[in-house]
Design a protein around this ligand. Structure first.
Ligand code: DC
Length: 220
């Protein structure tokens, strides 16, 4: 699967925007694996299933009808027939998705689906474990990071643009908690792959980051 480009990194690093722009420039499909964990979290919430009910969680994951539908420059996310694009971005799903993503059964089911998609052709795959676990043999791996304050700012602006009233302090608290969980879980924790190129986006525009990645790819 060396036609897969992996982009990993923490919340607010800019990796989603960078991945989307990069996929567009390369005319390649884009896979937002965070959205997959968010859909699982939403499905469990809607079904009233707790995190300890392993059998019910397995069933939900194995029957998960998740679809990504290109809608202009954006991508719609569907759970069955429901458009859940907005719902999966709600603040309670942020943390629940992180909780859910630490579960072995959920990770193995998502990894299976992600590899299947990766086997079908070129892909820009974005997440936390793309370069380390899901596509370890990918030829191009990037780890996108930024300073904590920059990441908090980006999150804050995103939330404000969506019309949510949330304090910067709450954003800080949630972001630190979620990153800690994502980096310290026992399975597939967030970390750069040994062979990943690390890009700090604190002082760069996201367009500059895309150019940097394209230069790296075009070098070969
Ligand atoms: O990228 P995001 O914020 O939409 O991801 C939501 C959660 O999903 C995140 O807190 C950790 C988890 N996740 C993961 O564990 N592995 C991935 N490849 C992508 C996301």
């Amino acid at each position: 699967m060396n036609h897969v480009i992996t982009i990993d990194g923490p919340t607010g690093s800019g990796k989603s925007t960078v991945s989307r722009l990069l996929a567009k420039r390369l005319q390649s499909p884009y896979l937002d694996t965070g959205a997959m964990y968010r859909v699982v979290a939403l499905a469990l919430k809607q079904a009233g299933i707790g995190l300890h009910d392993k059998a019910a969680i397995s069933k939900i994951c194995n029957e998960l009808d998740i679809r990504f539908v290109p809608e202009g420059d954006a991508t719609g996310v569907y759970l069955g027939r429901d458009d859940v694009t907005e719902t999966i971005r709600e603040p309670d799903i942020d943390l629940l998705a992180s909780d859910v993503s630490a579960l072995e059964g959920v990770r193995s089911a998502m990894t299976r689906i992600q590899r299947k998609i990766g086997s079908q052709g070129p892909l820009v795959a974005e997440g936390r474990d793309m370069g380390t676990v899901v596509f370890p043999e990918a030829q191009y791996k990037f780890y996108i990071d930024a300073s904590l304050e920059t990441r908090i700012d980006r999150r804050f602006q995103e939330r404000q643009q969506r019309g949510e009233s949330i304090s910067r302090e709450k954003i800080r608290e949630d972001l630190i908690k979620r990153d800690h969980q994502d980096m310290h879980r026992s399975i597939a924790p967030l970390k750069p792959a040994k062979d990943a190129t690390i890009i700090d986006t604190t002082e760069l525009s996201l367009d500059q980051v895309v150019e940097k990645i394209l230069r790296e790819i075009e070098k070969d």
